[in-house]
Design a binder for this molecule. Structure first.
Ligand code: PLP
Length: 407
């Protein structure tokens, strides 16, 4: 509960759901139409064509009325059979949840993880780093019988603020001359960080509405390659609600086999217009620029960033490790109660040990300066000694660059 009567807007600075632009909210508020009528068919056709540009694919993108977790399940259920071994890489909470889901579905996940040590986080060294493509290559080379049917990785690990090199994973699979499918979770990466479904040879990309696409939660995606579609024809996990074939058949004329999320699709149409008007390259540059500024602020405070590999810094969010004895959840609560600002919490193993600052989607420089000011005040109120002012560092960073320049 807030300590005061709220005026102005809440600062939603978690790494998704991200703030929804007014334009998108207005589109969503239009009257619901007949999802079997001609007007809807035209909307459906349009969206199904345009969404491909965001994934950078010439192939179909399936849209589900579900959160991202549903699309995770859809990716596995459509392509695999009971008992299939799948190779996963634990980069954080979301990668480990996807592996848990694979086990629940009757698959055999084998989970690889970073093989080194970490002084800051001795119990979770891999939760500060990206996917190691060399470990994947090595494991696939040893799988001479090609029992492993899929490699599953998270592009932008939202629990840690680490972005992995997906092209390197593709190269590793190719170097091992292994036929496994490549499945990638880009739920929080898409439309924030560079992503290329076709060029990187991804077979299934899983994504969601509530991050870079700037929509409320509630729709999610499977972008699928011809190879994944072929695999779906012989896959034997139960294919019912998630089945690609029925959806693809209905999508031919812009419809769905069941009731789609009509109003969220109005919002998606609007968001796709906004992203196209700005241009994806500019969208990526804007996120890089924000991320560079926030990292400058954290460096000025003298606190460690959750991501320990600069080449994997996320353009979407920055995780900040709190000093020993400082409960990150208490800090988040304080910032919420005093400043009406929500920060992301430490998930799974990281609970209470770090917080996450979101810098994605429909935000701007001053909003991020406000977030940083609230966090700085919260850290001081929590008795954390700071090396310097993050607000000053961030303001200087933003002042030195045009609003549309990459850092
Ligand atoms: N994967 C990643 C990387 C995520 O960030 C999330 C949610 O934040 C999920 C999966 C789960 O998606 P959802 O909560 O929409 O079901």
């Amino acid at each position: 509960k807030l300590d005061f009567h709220r005026t102005g807007n809440h600062f939603l600075q978690i790494p998704g759901p991200s703030p929804v632009p007014d334009r998108v909210l207005r589109a969503i508020s239009l009257p619901t139409i007949d999802h079997r009528g001609p007007e809807f068919g035209a909307l459906g056709m349009n969206i199904l064509a345009e969404i491909r540009e965001i994934f950078k694919t010439a192939h179909p993108v399936i849209i589900y009325p579900a959160s991202g977790t549903g699309a995770w399940e859809a990716a596995l259920a459509n392509t695999l059979s009971p008992g299939d071994p799948v190779l996963m890489f634990e980069t954080g909470h979301f990668a480990s949840l996807w592996a848990k889901m694979a086990a629940r579905l009757g698959l055999e996940p084998e989970v690889l993880a970073y093989d080194g040590a970490d002084e800051q986080l001795p119990d979770a060294p891999g939760w500060r780093r990206g996917v190691q493509a060399d470990l994947i290559e090595d494991r696939l080379r040893r799988d001479r019988a090609h029992r492993i049917k899929a490699v599953c990785v998270v592009h932008n690990e939202t629990s840690t603020g680490v972005t992995s090199d997906i092209a390197a994973v593709r190269r590793a699979i190719d170097a091992a001359a292994h036929p496994a499918l490549l499945m990638v979770d880009s739920i929080s990466g898409l439309a924030c960080a560079d992503y290329r479904h076709d060029e990187w040879g991804v077979d299934v990309t899983v994504s969601g509405s509530q991050k870079g696409l700037m929509l409320p939660p509630g729709i999610s995606f499977n972008a699928i390659s011809p190879k994944a579609l072929e695999a779906s024809k012989s896959a034997r996990l139960p294919q019912a609600y998630w089945a690609w074939n029925e959806i693809l058949a209905a999508n031919q004329t812009g419809y769905w086999p069941y009731t789609p999320s009509t109003n969220l699709l109005y919002g998606l149409s609007e968001a796709l217009d906004m992203l196209r008007d700005e241009g994806l390259e500019q969208v990526f540059a804007r996120h890089e620029r924000w991320a560079g500024g926030i990292r400058a602020a954290v460096a000025a405070w003298g606190l460690p960033i959750q991501c320990a590999q600069p080449e994997c810094y996320s353009p979407v969010l920055t995780g900040v490790i709190t000093p020993p004895g400082v409960d990150a959840d208490a800090l988040r609560k304080l910032v919420y109660q005093r400043f009406d600002l929500s920060l992301g919490m430490g998930l799974g193993k990281l609970k209470g040990r770090m917080f996450r600052m979101g810098h994605l989607g429909n935000t701007n420089d001053l909003t991020l300066i406000a977030m940083t000011a609230a966090v700085e005040a919260g850290l001081k109120l929590s008795g954390v000694p700071l090396a310097g002012s993050g607000v000053d560092a961030l303001t200087a960073h933003f002042s030195s660059l045009r609003p549309d320049a990459a850092a």
